[in-house]
Design a protein around this ligand. Structure first.
Ligand code: MCN
Length: 771
């Protein structure tokens, strides 16, 4: 049988998704469902007095208007605990509904339920909140300057988390003895996650069974179930969370403690009616936890021959009004500061600052793009100052292929890689030498062509210790059903996992059905984030397949009258070792497994197994991306002419899906590099609260992408896979910024802050001319 893994199968999940037939949470319209809307703070910072709900309650069709006082009166906590960012973070609870203070514009103050969605929104408008506006701070550095309003009275310095890392003495020695030091101040701007489908929840409580069913647009059904149970004081097994079709998440639906789902569940229990809430697009902009927002000052110590000696990074992260996952990004950032390079000494400090902005959470890459941006901008700066070719400088410092496993100065252990091979492939694909020649020729004509390289490494798999569960079962017709605790929300697990299992068990691809997204299906599950599903979920499936093969061998031993130890499972049949003709095909064994009379003693009917894979390590995917641009210094317009990406994701299960993931990531990375930015004004009002003001990349902004690969399997996963979901968003921003700075270097431009809008590029040119 031809191998399925490695085939470029078209995604089986696409037909319903692209023809509008998929069911998302907000499509659920069971009779009896009532609708919720949220009263939100207009102000970023205000003291809250009376919340007057009388006018709203008087509206026909309104079933309830709930405030923080109602939650407390009903005996539930009124807060969700922060998501546990670790011992280095200050602790805070996130209120479900604000009571005495609001801390960001859009924070929930009251929850309205009505028979009709429009009535619910009208009623929300009719609630009057007695709010005394207070001064706000939205910039992280301002927040910790000692001269800013306190976001939480108990932390007047606004420091939410503080992390020191690395050996500062070793770094100091490297800086003292190195030939050169290059330094850059960078800001990695705040982004809105912008999933296609805004967040949504529908909750129904069944009095008879005492079970709550929450249909939720989520990346983590099991985790969400645990959160709902804890919040409502229900036993964990009384809560079922189902994720139907989920229109993307990018981290924003990864289990952060949002208010609306738990409130819908609580209201459903109070009212005895199923309650549905779905965010409007503006609510998404205002309240989906944002990403990035880290300012750094970074220096690289480098010798004249280009050898990297040390790296020092100090940064301030804007965690927003509550620390939700705020230190995760900083932690990922620190662990990746070596990039793909051997840098002997790395140290620094990060502060997470509270501000009057929506909380920060992981967003595609979650600290990894921020780290690689710092490193890759510094590497290009060093190349420019040393007069070295940027690709050559990278090559001289890559961790060599014979050095794996390689432990970096910040404690990450890279599993496997050949970083130069990936870069060489990318340089070949873009035809680096020719582009560099064209760039020189263009300069002679007064045109500004630039080429930017970015090489990266990224931790994937979300290990160690965070496992995944999978279950396999054949039915009597011979079809294989697979359940996995990962939760597809656009990645194509149904296709890739079926391919994986087809090979593992020698069954036709079309006979494998993959199910995810229902917490009732499996005793435990972790979910989909951190590019972990292929590596960790895939390994759990392989382990379950191992167990099924073992069962098949035991059944075959009876049929073949052979010792189990002499039997081999191969190509969908069990045969006696050395005698392939003495074989029983799997379909026969499946049939036999349901014949109780034929089963050996102690063997239960059916071929089925549940297994867990708990990774002990992370897997480090890597790659090199190259952008070619032409910049018009008079207008500041950037013309992205070519984009080449070479990603090494270990063993690709489905290269077409890998490519699709790389494309998607690059589109988001280009969005960050060129267009997107969440902007708060000084009062804490989000100025970019709609697509009119927040510039998402469109199809026309993404050039034809040339995607290549190298393949270095991970020794840590059972299928050789590393993750791919975030690589594009990591590689693209530095590739584009490096290209634009390269193009403008003859004009003295050394840096342009993202997003590289025409105005910013033009100003950078003007500023350089004025220097
Ligand atoms: N894959 C593969 N071979 C590999 C690695 C992955 O064929 N060696 C396939 C997988 O089987 C899966 C897809 O590629 O179908 C992505 O796999 P993986 O890298 O394991 O990532 P996850 O499935 O765990 O998805 C999470 C990742 C993250 S962290 C973000 S953010 C992101 C991303 O996926 N958000 C997405 N891609 C997204 N794609 C869509 N459409 N929507 C999102 O919200």
């Amino acid at each position: 049988m031809a191998r399925e893994v490695g085939r470029r199968r078209v995604r089986r999940e696409d037909p319903p998704l692209v023809t509008g037939r998929a069911t998302y949470t907000d499509d659920l319209t069971e009779p009896g469902t009532v609708h919720a809307a949220v009263v939100r703070s207009q102000y970023a910072h205000a003291a809250i007095g009376d919340v007057d709900t009388a006018a709203a309650e008087a509206i026909d069709g309104v079933l309830g208007v709930f405030t923080a006082a109602d939650l407390v009166a009903s005996g539930i906590p009124g807060v969700v605990r922060k998501a546990g960012p670790g011992p280095d973070a200050a602790s805070n609870d996130v209120p479900l509904l604000a009571s005495d203070r609001v801390r960001y514009a859009g924070e929930a103050v009251a929850f309205v339920v009505a028979t009709d969605r429009y009535v619910a929104h009208d009623a929300a408008d009719a609630v009057t909140v007695d709010a005394e506006r207070l001064p706000a701070v939205t910039d992280a550095r301002d927040a910790v300057s000692g001269d800013a309003p306190a976001v939480h009275d108990e932390r007047p310095d606004n420091v939410a988390v503080e992390t020191r890392f690395g050996d500062s003495a070793a770094t100091a020695r490297a800086f003292e003895t190195a030939d050169h030091v290059v330094r850059l101040d960078l800001h990695n701007q705040r982004l809105v996650p912008n999933a296609m489908e805004p967040r949504a929840a529908r909750a129904a409580y069944d009095e008879a069974t005492g079970r709550l069913t929450v249909t939720l647009s989520t990346q983590v059904p099991h985790r969400a179930g645990a959160r709902f149970a804890a919040f409502l004081g229900l036993d964990r097994d009384r809560v079922r969370v189902v994720a139907p079709a989920v229109g993307g998440g990018f981290g924003s639906k990864g289990g952060a403690p949002y208010s609306e789902g738990p409130l819908a569940a609580w209201a459903a229990m109070q009212l005895g009616r199923p309650v549905k809430w779905a965010a409007t697009r503006s609510e998404s902009h205002l309240t989906d936890h944002h990403g990035r927002d880290i300012s750094t000052t970074a220096s690289l110590a480098v010798d004249a021959d280009g050898t990297f000696r040390g790296l020092r990074v100090e940064g301030v992260t804007n965690v927003g009004a509550y620390i939700v996952w705020g230190s995760t990004a900083a932690k990922n950032l620190v662990t990746l500061l070596s990039g793909p390079y051997a840098i002997p000494a790395i140290s620094g400090q990060f502060i997470g600052a509270y501000t009057h902005t929506v909380p920060l959470a992981p967003y595609r890459g979650a600290g990894r793009p921020e780290a690689i941006y710092v490193v890759e901008r510094l590497v290009d700066r060093a190349a420019a100052e040393l007069g070295l070719d940027p690709a050559e400088l990278r090559r001289r410092n890559f961790v060599p292929p014979d050095a794996f496993p390689y432990e970096t100065a910040t404690g990450s252990v890279y599993d496997s890689g050949d970083y130069a091979a990936a870069m060489d492939e990318a340089l070949d694909l873009v035809d680096y030498a020719t582009v560099r020649d064209r760039r020189s020729a263009a300069r002679d004509e007064g045109r500004f062509v630039g080429i930017g390289v970015s090489s990266f490494v990224e931790n994937t798999g979300s290990g160690p210790g965070r496992g995944e569960t999978a279950r396999l079962a054949f039915d009597e017709s011979g079809r294989l059903s697979a359940w996995c605790g990962t939760a597809d929300h656009g990645q194509g697990h149904g296709t890739t996992f079926a391919q994986l299992l087809a090979d593992e068990l020698g069954v036709p691809y079309d006979d494998v059905d993959v199910y995810e997204g229902d917490s009732d299906d499996l005793p435990s599950g972790t979910g989909t984030f951190g590019s972990r599903s292929a590596a960790v979920g895939g390994s759990a499936l392989v382990r379950a397949a191992d167990a099924v093969r073992e069962q098949a061998r035991r059944l075959a031993a009876d049929v073949l009258e052979a010792d189990v130890a002499d039997l081999v499972f191969e190509e969908g049949a069990v045969h006696v070792a050395g005698s392939p003709a003495r074989a029983v095909p799997l379909p026969d064994l499946v049939e036999r497994s349901f014949d109780a009379a034929a089963l050996p003693e102690g063997v239960s009917p059916g071929l089925a197994a549940t297994a867990e894979f708990v990774p002990e390590h992370l897997e480090y995917a890597f790659g090199t991306h190259v952008a070619v641009v032409e910049v018009d210094p008079a207008s500041g317009e950037v013309d992205l002419q070519r984009y080449v990406a070479v990603d090494d994701v270990g063993t690709p299960l489905n290269p077409r899906i890998v490519e699709g993931q790389v494309h998607g990531g690059i589109a988001q990375g280009l969005g960050q590099a060129l267009r997107e930015r969440a902007v708060y004004d000084g009062t804490g009002t989000l100025l970019t609260a709609s697509f009119q003001d927040y510039a998402m990349p469109r199809a026309a902004d993404v050039p034809e992408l040339t995607v290549g690969e190298t393949v270095t399997p991970s020794p840590h996963t059972l299928n050789g896979a590393k993750g791919v979901g975030e690589g594009g968003a990591i590689g693209a921003p530095p590739a584009v910024v490096n290209a634009v700075v390269d193009a403008l270097s003859p004009l003295g431009v050394v840096h342009v802050e993202m997003p590289l809008t025409a105005e910013r590029v033009w100003r950078a040119v003007e500023d350089a001319a004025g220097d």
